[in-house]
Design a protein around this ligand. Structure first.
Ligand SMILES: [Zn+2]
Length: 260
């Protein structure tokens, strides 16, 4: 299976990669991608080519995904796996795109065993063994370096789900220790909750305090978009994320923008 897939991918990249010119224009227009080196942008192009060939991007509720939109979505989606590889996004085939926030039908059971139907508008959602769902308005809002990035958020959940339910710890590399990850993230999670309870301004979206899975997803957004903030506010978490993603966005942005 793996051999055939790799052969297919090699053939795809040889014969049908995304056009270099439009790719460069796309990267130049998105500050998050403009700070990548030429070699990184080339690798991103390969991963995006494979992503678009292997995943079905489906616009719903009348939303049409033009080719440039497909490429933008793919570029943002594969940024987290830039230094990993396409296999990290296995286990799902579809990315569903709504024009704007969508209201899924969620049934939740309370402590008394009563089932309630929740109708909360969402900007994105990742299903275990199922699709990633995104609102296009929010994808477009993910282009500024403000720490908000629904695409990175949802795909971080996908990485987290590779080893079971989303719990804030994706499968770690061999050179990483789960205890180091847990210690760093637990301390930061407690710090955020303490700040919220004290009514203080927080470095990251308070939504991150929901649970460890949301904490990891929100911190992944900020790690790529405002890495200096994670490095200053949660240095041990920054080190874990840098080792996991095998990327150092703070150094990258410092070199290009002189800050983060
Ligand atoms: Zn989430």
């Amino acid at each position: 299976m793996g051999l055939i897939r790799n052969w297919r991918r090699r053939r795809l990249l040889q014969h049908n990669p995304l056009a270099a010119e439009s790719w460069q224009a796309l990267c130049a227009a998105v500050p998050l991608l403009a700070c990548l080196s030429a070699a990184e942008r080339e690798r991103l192009r390969e991963l995006a080519t494979i992503f678009l060939a292997e995943k079905t991007l489906l616009g719903v509720q009348g939303h049409t995904l033009e080719e440039e939109h497909r490429q933008l979505l793919a570029a943002l989606a594969v940024l987290p796996i830039l230094a990993l590889d396409s296999d990290w996004y296995e286990g799902f085939l579809e990315v569903i795109v709504y024009p704007d926030e969508f209201i899924p039908r969620h049934e939740v059971e309370d402590e008394q065993g009563l089932v309630h139907v929740r109708h909360i508008p969402l900007s994105g959602e990742s299903w275990s063994h199922g699709p990633v769902i995104l609102s296009w308005v929010d994808v477009e809002a993910s282009m500024a370096l403000d720490g908000y990035n629904v695409v990175i958020h949802e795909f971080a959940h996908k990485l987290d789900m590779l080893n079971g339910d989303a719990n804030g710890m994706p499968p770690l590399h061999r050179d990483m220790r789960p205890a180091d990850w847990t210690t760093a993230f637990r301390a930061a999670f407690e710090q955020l909750n303490f700040e919220l309870e004290a009514g203080r301004e927080t470095l990251i979206d308070p939504y991150a305090a929901e649970d460890p899975a949301e904490f990891f997803a929100v911190l992944s957004e900020v790690f790529f978009e405002r890495p200096g903030d994670v490095q200053r506010g949660y240095p041990a978490v920054y080190e874990q994320l840098r080792t996991f993603y095998r990327q150092d966005p703070a150094a990258r942005m410092q070199a290009v923008y002189g800050g983060s």
